[in-house]
Design a binder for this molecule. Structure first.
Ligand code: RBF
Length: 164
């Protein structure tokens, strides 16, 4: 499984650029709040552990993962952050909502990133059940919030360095 082969939660800090120069936005979906709350905690702490200044991290909440795209769009239009981390958790139910939401968010966030030429990190768990979500938000498969934070720092550095 990809998660077992590559668990960025175990990243080495030496390979990660400092987050000190950058401003980050974190957008958190309120569905499955115990999971997205754990993702947020991991993401925030990992940003700070890698040099980001707490005052340069802005946090926003949206009702569900579907709203992450429009929130990222609204935030990036303000030009106040160097990277956006979008955190959500979509758990497979009995209807086709899962597929619609996951596809919409994945495509939507990609489009927003390209529209603004800014990093938008897809920190959305898409799982078959609650246990898989728990395992990936601070459980046996690490915390995907941590990984999202590392990606945001690396991509903020990439983006700002190349745009100098
Ligand atoms: N939002 C999530 O973030 N995770 C979910 O697992 C989730 N499941 C949903 C299931 C149904 C049937 C519906 C109607 C919405 C669900 N949402 C979920 C909320 C969705 O992301 C969005 O907030 C609402 O559809 C309003 O646009």
């Amino acid at each position: 499984m990809a998660t077992r082969l590559k668990n960025l939660s175990d990243h080495s800090n030496t390979k990660v650029p400092s987050g000190a120069p950058y401003r980050f936005g974190i957008i958190v979906a309120e569905w499955n709040p115990e999971i997205t709350g754990a993702l947020y905690k991991g993401a925030f702490q990992t940003l700070v552990d890698n040099g980001a200044v707490a005052n340069n991290i802005s946090t926003y909440y949206v009702p569900g993962s579907f709203e992450l795209t429009s929130a990222a769009d609204i935030l990036l239009r303000q030009n106040t952050v160097d990277a956006v981390i979008c955190l959500g958790c979509v758990i497979q139910g009995e209807t086709r909502h899962f597929d619609f939401i996951c596809n919409a968010v994945a495509n939507g966030l990609s489009n927003v990133a390209i529209k603004y030429s800014k990093p938008v990190v897809f920190g959305v768990l898409t799982t078959n059940n609650q246990q898989q979500a728990i395992d990936r938000s601070g459980g046996k498969h690490g915390n995907k919030g941590d990984e999202a934070a590392i990606t945001a720092i690396k991509m903020a550095d990439f983006s700002v360095t190349l745009n100098k």
